[in-house]
Design a protein around this ligand. Structure first.
Ligand code: UDX
Length: 448
């Protein structure tokens, strides 16, 4: 099929390359000339494992090209809308400027019977509004809503082998045609046995925000348990293992620590709350306010714990922060807990040196006043405390004895609960983590 992919950010760039890999003829369109030039040269504009390979293979096949000119979408049968919907400045609501301008720009080029497929995460009700605009301009054109669930770091795999496909389909005659066109786009994936959920626009829009709200809730739930473990002297990692064995609960997304960040979970739960409030339905989502608050509290707690470990003040202390990206295998620093904590420590008077295998350029753009060091040894040299805030595999595998040679003070704070406390303590380190007892043992509830 001939496809256009409008918006070549994290979602669109991966989608365009992956669809070309599946055999479609794809044009990726973006208003950012630099991004288009980078992608056309076979380079990924961000760090995403596997993307450069798929991109180059697709470009070499001749089935993939990129352009800033919306007119190049003219011949496509299916147009994927993959533009961003960031949080509005100073508000919780999603900013739909890019969605609206992309649709306005696309409408003049919609051919007979073209299908527009929304993939961006949007407030419920957006698809119905866009559907009217599209059909008014080109009566034979159709809209479908097909949310995307890809995770950064696994984006190519998640696109080619998703857990499920969700089709939000129009009503009437267009329903059958839109479904058939989507089935053709995803034929290879469907052949692999991927389940397809067919539904309406509203449900498809809600599925995406519901999924992200559930994941955020799961993380904040375990982080709330971590808060209780800190008060009672329990161990949140053992608690997560124990409840995770219950198949109804499951162990995934029960990793306690400094909480969730990134370009999706935080802004999506906030936009969901804002949209619900507009619809007069704040109450059913009031729990999300707590999910957000627990998540924010974990960042503050990490700062408190660092101050505690530094003897009550971080003024003049040298603190090494391992990790700047919001999660490993990504160079994305949007709403990164690690950077937020690093900035708070600096504001408290510490000298903070941040290291990350991939995200330092992005981090320096967002937090230009922090100090950055690429090699780990440079970041930890003479440190009074080392904070592990993004669980890159190289930090999980750090050797406590070698690290001890470099630091001023053997003090490690594990913000992701990925190190073995026994190993670090045996090597003479003071090991602290969120939701785990300190070495002096658990608080004895019998004495409270
Ligand atoms: C998320 C959703 O998983 C994905 O389906 C959706 O399409 C986009 O949003 P992503 O933002 O790439 O994907 O990252 P994800 O792996 O979900 O992690 C989100 C955040 O939660 C990260 O900051 C991660 O460190 C944190 N996290 C995750 C935890 O703190 N604990 C966990 O147990 C899992």
């Amino acid at each position: 099929m001939r496809l256009s992919v409008i918006g070549c950010g994290y979602l669109g760039a991966v989608h365009a390359a992956s669809m070309a890999k599946l055999g479609h003829e794809v044009v990726g369109i973006d208003i950012d000339q630099n991004r288009i030039d980078t992608l056309s040269a076979g380079q990924a504009p961000f760090y995403e494992p596997g993307l450069p390979e798929v991109l180059n293979e697709a470009l070499a096949s001749g089935r993939l090209r990129f352009s800033t000119d919306m007119a190049s979408a003219r011949d496509a049968d299916v147009h994927f809308l993959c533009v961003g919907t960031p949080q509005k400045a100073g508000e919780y609501a999603a900013d739909l400027t890019y969605v609206d301008s992309a649709i306005d720009a696309l409408i003049p080029y919609l051919g007979e019977g073209a299908l527009v497929v929304g993939k961006s995460t949007v407030p419920v009700g957006t698809a119905a509004r866009l559907d009217i605009a599209i059909r008014e301009a080109q009566p034979s054109a159709m809209l479908a809503w097909n949310p995307e669930f890809l995770r950064e770091g696994f984006a190519v795999k998640d696109t080619l082998h998703p857990d499920r496909l969700v089709y939000g389909l129009p009503v009437g005659y267009a329903h059958t045609i839109a479904k058939a066109m989507l089935d053709e786009v995803y034929a290879a994936t469907i052949k692999d046995g991927t389940p397809v959920v067919q539904t309406d626009f509203v449900t498809a829009e809600l599925v995406k925000v519901a999924a992200n709200s559930f994941l955020a809730t799961k993380i904040s739930f375990i982080n709330a348990m971590a808060e209780l473990c800190e008060i009672t002297g329990g161990d949140v990692t053992q608690l997560a293992d124990a409840i995770g064995h219950d198949k109804r609960i499951g162990r995934r997304f029960l990793n306690a620590g400094v909480g969730f960040g990134g370009g999706c979970l935080p802004k999506d739960i906030r936009a969901f709350m804002a949209r619900a409030a507009e619809l007069g339905a704040s109450e059913p989502l009031s729990f999300l306010r707590e999910v957000d608050a627990i998540n924010e509290r974990r960042r503050h707690r990490m700062v408190e714990l660092t101050i505690e470990e530094c003897g009550g003040s971080i003024r003049g202390k040298r603190i090494a922060v391992l990790g700047a990206a919001f999660k490993p295998d990504s160079d994305d620093v949007r709403n990164s807990p690690a950077l937020d904590i690093a900035a708070a420590l600096q504001a408290g008077g510490a000298t903070v040196i941040v290291t990350d295998p991939q995200a330092l350029d992005n981090a320096a753009r967002v937090q230009p006043t922090l100090t950055y060091a690429k090699p780990i040894y440079e970041a930890v040299l003479n440190a009074d405390a080392v904070l592990l805030l993004t669980e890159w595999s190289e930090y999980r595998e750090l050797d406590p004895d070698s690290l001890a040679q470099l630091v001023r003070n053997r003090c490690i704070l594990d913000g992701r609960n990925v190190l073995d406390p026994a190993v670090w303590r045996a090597a003479g380190w003071s090991y602290r983590a969120l939701g785990r007892a300190s070495a002096n043992g658990a608080l004895s509830l019998a004495t409270v």
